[in-house]
Design a protein. Structure first.
Length: 396
């Protein structure tokens, strides 16, 4: 699973409000409730004055995840497979989602807040039931699009900070309020997600909304695979722009590899020794060829990614910031990896684990008054999405 674009909430005091970007994300949705990181300038006595306090809680939402779609580098000698789920009307599945985020950072503004939080730790636990509520007919062996309803049966989040942060409390409340609510979305025949509805009724906090979008996209990893199919040993790369950030020309660049097939394993089952999560490598005692195994097999796909900026210009101002009299400077880098396990039999995601780190050090400056905000910090995340075993079809 790959997360979403950054989004921030203003904490307190005189705030920056950044105009909504006119750019759009790669996922088609009918609602327009997304809020990017925002800033603003304030006019006083004919002059622009500038002050902001960037909440650690909003920065924690940066790593919700980003969808990557790429052409592949083929391995023509091996048979290719397509890992697209073939849903049946009335089917029901459950996933457990757990994420841990640690954010450290400091914000320097014209208005000093000596009691501002500098560290935040948040843990979120979600259980989602997916019900197939509509299926289009298959065409020439290709599964038809399916409409799914995601109901949040359990949802809880807790946050620890080294100082009171009202934005953190608000974010916790948004996660806790997910319980009992639902959103609907379509998984197209190529695995891509479209037509997400109900999200604005479920969450209003931009960081929580970004996390929900990332989880929904992660339920269909086939949407991020090469359209011509994949084979063991194949590698492919992706490059996707990071939008709605304070710095322009940021890229999310990934490299993926279809490592192997192995017997499928869910929590509570033990068919193989533990693998090396840092490299995705199988234990030496496990034979590589598993084609003759009687157990259901899963594809294991490892993705490593980096966040970097294209170009060397010191001025990193996005056009929407520049239009409102602001200039931005600084750096934003990151890296991480995702390990996905996908059933060869059903095309369903069984497990996805991700670790990532982002480091940010940037300034937002009013071109007219010279007032500025400086933020320096780091966000580390660990997340896991797991198919709950023994899921049964929904009652007709």
């Amino acid at each position: 699973m790959i997360g979403s674009e950054p989004s921030c909430a203003v904490r307190q005091g005189t705030a920056l409000t950044v105009p909504k970007s006119s750019r759009t994300s790669g996922v088609s949705t009918p609602e327009a409730g997304r809020e990017p990181c925002r800033s603003s300038y304030v006019t006083s006595n004919g002059h622009h004055r500038f002050a902001c306090s960037m909440s650690l809680a909003c920065c924690a939402g940066i790593l919700a995840g980003l969808l990557l779609l790429l052409p592949s580098l083929g391995n023509a000698g091996s048979p290719r497979i397509h890992l697209t789920p073939n849903f049946t009307m009335g089917e029901s599945f459950r996933y457990h989602i757990e994420s841990r985020t640690t954010t450290t950072g400091t914000t320097t503004t014209p208005i000093v807040n000596p009691e501002a939080a500098s560290q935040l730790k948040q843990v979120a636990n979600i259980e989602v039931r997916l019900d197939v509520v509509g299926v289009q007919p298959a065409t020439i062996g290709t599964p038809g699009a399916a409409r799914l309803r995601a109901t949040y049966e359990k949802a809880a989040a807790s946050t620890e900070t080294d100082a009171y942060d009202p934005a953190a409390a608000s974010l916790d409340a948004q996660y806790n309020n997910l319980q009992g609510r639902f959103v609907e979305f379509t998984i197209e025949s190529d695995g891509k997600i479209s037509h997400i509805t109900g999200l604005d009724q479920v969450v209003s906090n931009p960081s929580a909304a970004a996390a929900v979008r990332a989880w929904i996209n992660g339920f269909s990893p086939s949407g991020n695979l090469p359209v011509e199919g994949i084979s063991i040993g194949q590698k492919w790369e992706a490059e996707h722009p990071l939008e709605n950030t304070p710095l322009a020309n940021l890229l999310w660049r990934s490299s993926s590899s279809y490592l192997r097939d192995e017997p499928c394993e869910l929590p509570g089952q033990s068919t193989l020794p533990a693998q090396n999560s840092a490299t995705g490598a199988a234990p030496a005692s496990v034979p590589a060829p598993l084609a003759n195994s009687s157990e259901p097999l899963c594809a294991v796909i490892l993705t490593t990614f980096d966040i970097l900026r294209r170009g060397s210009s010191a001025d990193a101002t996005p056009e929407d910031y520049r239009h409102n009299g602001l200039r931005t400077f600084g750096t934003w880098i990151g890296n991480g990896q995702t390990l996905d396990t996908i059933s060869l039999q059903t095309g369903m995601l069984l497990r996805s684990t991700q670790t990532s780190t982002q480091k940010m050090d940037f300034e937002i400056v009013s071109a007219l008054s010279g007032s500025k905000m400086h933020y320096a910090g780091q966000v580390q995340t660990q997340s896991e999405v797991t198919l709950v075993p023994n899921s049964t079809p929904a009652a007709p």
